[in-house]
Design a protein around this ligand. Structure first.
Ligand SMILES: [Mg+2]
Length: 123
């Protein structure tokens, strides 16, 4: 299951559709708290996480997700200039960054790549 976390409904649903046509099961969360609750319920194979959200930020959400599920790969969705410290995100375990506005084909390619890498590591 892939978990998509973004405060903008249009983006959540766009990503869900784009990934569902590839055959992935997709769950949605509108904010960090919802995302953490979903991860507690069931560990996703991958999380697509918006950086800028009201309330809990993407990086705060990332910390909490990784305290529950340290192994889950996280792709951070951001806009140019929003992430002041990309090195920090990397050290926090972000696998990959996707910049808004994103190309859905690229998103699908990145998801495929990160999932492939993750399954190799777990063998
Ligand atoms: Mg946002």
């Amino acid at each position: 299951m892939l978990l998509v976390v973004d405060d903008q409904p249009a983006i959540r649903h766009l990503l869900k559709e784009a990934l569902a046509v590839e055959g992935y099961e997709v769950e949605l969360a509108a904010n960090g708290r919802e995302a953490v609750a979903k991860v507690q319920e069931r560990c996703p194979d991958l999380v697509l996480l918006d950086l800028k959200m009201p309330g809990m930020s993407g990086l705060e959400t990332l910390e909490q997700i990784h305290s529950i599920a340290p192994q889950v790969p996280v792709i951070l969705i951001t806009a140019y200039g929003e992430l002041s410290n990309p090195g920090k995100a990397e050290r926090m375990g972000v696998k990959c960054l996707i910049f808004k506005p994103f190309d859905l084909n690229k998103v699908r390619a990145v998801v495929r790549k990160v999932l492939a890498e993750t399954s190799l590591q777990s063998v």
